[in-house]
Design a protein around this ligand. Structure first.
Ligand code: HEC
Length: 228
């Protein structure tokens, strides 16, 4: 501290000095030279500072929005959502089948829609359908294998159209994958279908062609036993 500062200080800046800086309370004249510091006045906070703070807050929110993984504690950096973490995990048999079924489902989505809701008066829904959720899939497997035709009731609504056979175009594993997927999508809740289940149905229906020339009618379908 330069000694000449002292002279400036003790005459006029007394009121701005913090209390602890003075040797004896309010006695400004008794200040020690080394206690005296340049005093600071107040200034109006510049507007740009608020703008900067706002921008930083906004930037922070943007960052959290894209990288916080929905604040899921299981999501760490490099992953931005739980879905990505899940996809990077090894999958069990049925999970792999369902993941495959989700992409193959596009074949059916042309009519039954991606959300499984179907189209009014044209394509019945798969979401919540009693046919899809039947615990024993023996009837369900037959529908995509050979197609179906004529009246059918789905969720208390009558439909009367026709669905093409897809058994010739899709392998047993593909059909098992799609059916496993639709049985747990959109709130549906039924056990997965295995490729062996599909093969067993193919064996039981050997005489029925898979080219769509003999689609299922509801009466035939109801004759198929589904007791567990
Ligand atoms: C070209 C359109 C079309 C495609 C593609 C299609 N369906 Fe269908 N599906 C229909 C129609 C129409 C019906 C109703 C048939 C009737 O009225 O007899 C139906 C009925 C059904 C039913 C029984 C009723 C219900 O809603 O639960 C199931 C199950 C089904 N389809 C599953 C599938 C699956 C699985 C696929 C894909 C592998 C598929 N469909 C592809 C048109 C289609």
């Amino acid at each position: 501290m330069k000694p000449d500062r002292k002279k400036k200080q003790h005459s006029s800046r007394e009121s701005r000095q913090p209390e602890r800086k003075t040797k004896r309370g309010s006695g400004g004249d008794q200040r020690m030279a080394q206690d005296v510091e340049p005093s600071a006045g107040s200034e109006i906070t510049p507007v740009w500072l608020f703008v900067l703070m706002g921008l930083m807050l906004y930037g922070g929110m943007l960052y959290l929005n894209s990288y916080a993984g929905g604040f899921n504690p299981k999501v760490y950096e490099a992953f931005t959502s739980y879905k990505l973490v899940e996809n990077a995990n090894p999958k069990s048999g049925p999970e792999m089948l369902i993941a495959k079924g989700e992409s193959l489902y596009m074949v059916c989505a042309a009519c039954h829609q991606v959300n499984g809701m179907g189209v009014a008066l044209q394509f019945p829904p798969l979401a919540g359908s009693e046919w899809v959720n039947e615990p024993n899939p023996a009837r369900l497997i037959r529908i995509p294998l050979h197609g179906m035709n004529g009246p059918i009731k789905v969720k208390d609504q009558d439909w009367n159209a026709s669905m093409a056979a897809l058994g010739a175009a899709l392998s047993s594993e593909d059909i098992a994958a799609i059916l496993s997927y639709i049985r747990q999508a959109w709130g549906n809740n039924a056990p997965p279908v295995s490729p062996a289940d599909v093969d067993a149905v193919k064996e039981d229906t050997k005489s029925r062609p898979m080219d769509g020339s003999r689609p299922w009618l509801i009466d035939d379908l109801m004759k198929v036993p589904v007791a567990p």
